[in-house]
Design a protein around this ligand. Structure first.
Ligand code: SAH
Ligand code: SF4
Ligand code: F3S
Length: 454
C-alpha cells in the first residue's frame, strides 16, 4: 500500500500552525509528500485544539467526514491521524469512538511519526501522547507551505506552567521549556535570507522565556539585530511579569513592532483571583499606562472571557468598564467553556447560564466594535509604513497589509507588490480595517528617519 502523500488540516492557535510546519518537515525527511487536498492523500492528519468545547466539536465533525471518505475508499489506502492538543487529552476516547482514527500523536511526540505510521501500515492502531520536559524541536527546519512567504511563525518555547484555572493548555502541552536562542536566531537569519519580512515569536507565555543564558528581553534585542528590515512580533506575554526593560527595547528598536497582545481575561479582581490570574485590575492598568508611556503610539489587544464560574452582573460590568477604560485596538472575546481536569472544573461550578454568558459576550463585543471604530477614526490623516501581505479580499485592484501597530490597511495596487514596505496615508476606516492612499515604496530605516525628522 502506498502511503506517501499526506494532508494536514490545522485547527487552534498559531502554535498549532507552527507545529504543522514541524510535522511537514519530519514527514518530508521520511520521504513523504505534502498535498493540499484530502482527496489526494493516503494519510490525513487533523492537528487539533481543545481550548473550548466548540473547537473540539468542529474536529469531531471533521473526523466523521474523513471516516465517510475512508468508507468510500473501501477502507483502503487511507489512514486518519489526530495530532495536537486533543490527542493528549482524550486519546482513549479518540481511538475507540466509532473507530474514527488509526493514529494519535501528542504535541511532544512528532519525531515518532514515521515509526508510528509504519505500525499503522502493519494493521495496528498507534499512539504516542507522552509529554516531554525537553522537546523543543530546535534542530528541525519547519517547512512553511502557505503562499504567504512574507511573514512566518517561529516557536520559541513550548508548554505552560501558569495553570490559569480555566485553561486546558498546561494539560495538553505540558511543562514550560525554552528553545535555545542560538537556534532561534539561526532560523531568523534563514527566514531573512529567504526574503521573509516579518516574524512572530510564539509561546504560551513568552515573558517566562529563559534558555539559561537569555531572557525574553535579551532574545528580542538579539532578534532585532538579525535583519533591521525584518519586523518582529510576539505572542503572548502574561500581564503578571512584563519587564520594563522589554518595553524600552521595543521602543528603541524600529523593527520590533509597537503592538502588544496583553490578555486581561476579566476586569474584576475577585474573578481574576478565581481564574488564578495573579494580578489585580489596578496592576494591569498600571502596566497599560507604562506601555503607553514608554512606547508612544503602541496599540494593545486582549483576550476576555465572559461568564466564568460565579461571575455576577457587577463583575461583568467591571470587565465592560476595564475595556472602555483601556480602549483596546483589538480584542478576542469568548464565552467560558468548562474543560476537564482544570482547576475551575474541579473546584467551581460552571453556574452562569449559557444565555447569560452569550448575552454578556454580545455586550462586550458590541462595545468593543464602537471602541475600535473610534480608535480607527483617529488614524485618519496619519501616515503608516505598511508591509504588503497580498491582494485585498474585496478587489484584485487593491492590496492589503499591516501597519507596525498591527492594523490592516487596504489601498490601491498601483505598482506595489507583496513584500514591499509602502508608506500610506490613512483616508478612511471601519471598525476592522483602515483604507489608505499609497505615497511611495519605503523601508523601516527610511520611514524611521522621516518620522524622527518630522
Ligand atoms: N497562552 C495564551 C492563551 C492561549 S488560549 C495567553 O495566556 O495569552 C487563548 C485564549 O483563550 C485565552 O487567553 C482565553 O481568553 C481563552 N480561553 C482559554 N481557556 C478558555 C475556556 N476554558 N473558555 C473560554 N475561553 C478560554
Ligand atoms: Fe492557558 Fe494561562 Fe497558560 Fe495562557 S498562561 S496557556 S491562559 S494557563
Ligand atoms: Fe488550542 Fe492547543 Fe493552541 S488547545 S489554542 S491548539 S495550545
Amino acid at each position: 500500500m502506498d502511503q506517501r502523500n499526506f494532508y494536514i488540516e490545522t485547527y487552534g492557535c498559531q502554535m498549532n500552525v507552527s507545529d504543522t510546519e514541524i510535522v511537514n518537515s519530519i514527514l518530508m525527511e521520511d520521504g513523504m509528500q505534502p498535498v493540499d487536498e484530502p482527496e489526494d492523500a493516503e494519510v490525513i492528519f487533523v492537528n487539533t485544539c481543545s481550548i473550548r468545547e466548540n473547537a473540539e466539536e468542529r474536529v469531531w465533525n471533521r473526523l466523521k467526514e474523513f471516516k465517510a471518505m475512508k468508507r468510500e475508499r473501501d477502507n483502503q489506502n487511507m489512514t486518519v491521524g489526530v495530532l495536537g492538543c486533543m490527542a493528549e487529552r482524550i486519546r482513549d476516547k479518540i481511538m475507540e469512538k466509532e473507530e474514527l482514527v488509526d493514529l494519535v500523536v501528542g504535541p511532544d511526540a512528532y519525531r515518532d511519526l514515521p515509526k508510528l505510521l509504519a505500525d499503522v501500515s502493519d494493521g495496528q492502531k498507534a499512539a504516542n501522547t507522552l509529554l516531554s520536559l525537553e522537546e523543543t524541536y530546535a534542530d528541525i527546519k519547519p517547512v512553511r507551505r502557505n503562499d504567504n512567504d512574507v511573514s512566518a511563525f517561529v516557536t520559541i518555547m513550548r508548554g505552560c506552567d501558569n495553570m490559569c484555572a480555566f485553561c486546558v493548555v498546561p494539560f495538553t502541552r505540558g511543562r514550560e521549556r525554552s528553545r535555545d536562542a542560538e537556534s532561534i536566531l539561526e532560523e531568523l537569519q534563514q527566514l531573512s535570507d529567504q526574503g521573509y519580512k516579518e516574524v512572530t515569536l510564539l509561546g504560551q507565555n513568552v515573558n517566562s522565556y529563559d534558555d539559561g543564558d537569555n531572557s525574553f528581553a535579551d532574545l528580542m534585542y538579539k532578534a532585532s539585530q538579525v535583519d533591521p528590515e525584518m519586523r518582529i512580533r510576539f505572542s503572548s506575554p502574561h500581564p503578571k511579569d512584563f519587564p520594563e526593560e522589554l518595553l524600552e527595547i521595543i521602543a528603541e528598536q524600529p523593527n520590533l513592532c509597537n503592538y502588544i497582545h496583553i490578555p486581561a481575561q476579566s476586569g474584576n479582581n475577585d474573578v481574576l483571583e478565581r481564574m488564578r490570574r495573579p494580578y489585580t485590575r489596578e496592576q494591569y492598568m498600571e502596566l497599560v499606562e507604562k506601555m503607553r508611556n514608554i512606547i508612544p503610539g503602541v496599540t494593545l489587544s486582549t483576550d476576555i472571557i465572559t461568564g466564568f464560574c460565579g461571575e455576577t452582573e457587577e463583575e461583568h460590568e467591571d470587565t465592560m468598564s476595564l475595556m472602555a477604560e483601556v480602549e483596546y485596538d483589538l480584542a478576542y472575546m469568548f464565552a467560558y467553556s468548562e474543560r476537564g481536569r482544570t482547576l475551575a472544573q474541579r473546584k467551581y461550578e460552571d453556574d452562569v447560564p449559557e444565555d447569560v454568558k452569550k448575552r454578556r459576550l454580545s455586550e462586550i463585543i458590541e462595545q468593543q466594535m464602537d471602541i475600535q471604530e473610534k480608535r480607527n477614526k483617529k488614524e485618519i490623516g496619519r501616515r503608516h509604513l505598511v508591509l504588503v501581505e497580498g491582494t485585498s479580499k474585496r478587489s484584485d485592484e487593491q492590496l492589503c497589509g499591516r501597519t507596525d501597530t498591527n492594523k490592516m490597511v487596504v489601498f490601491d495596487r498601483e505598482d506595489y507588490e507583496k513584500g514591499d514596505y509602502v508608506e500610506v496615508t490613512i483616508t478612511d476606516c471601519t471598525s476592522a480595517t483602515l483604507m489608505g492612499d499609497p505615497i511611495k515604496k519605503s523601508s523601516i530605516e527610511e520611514f524611521e528617519q522621516e518620522t524622527v525628522a518630522a
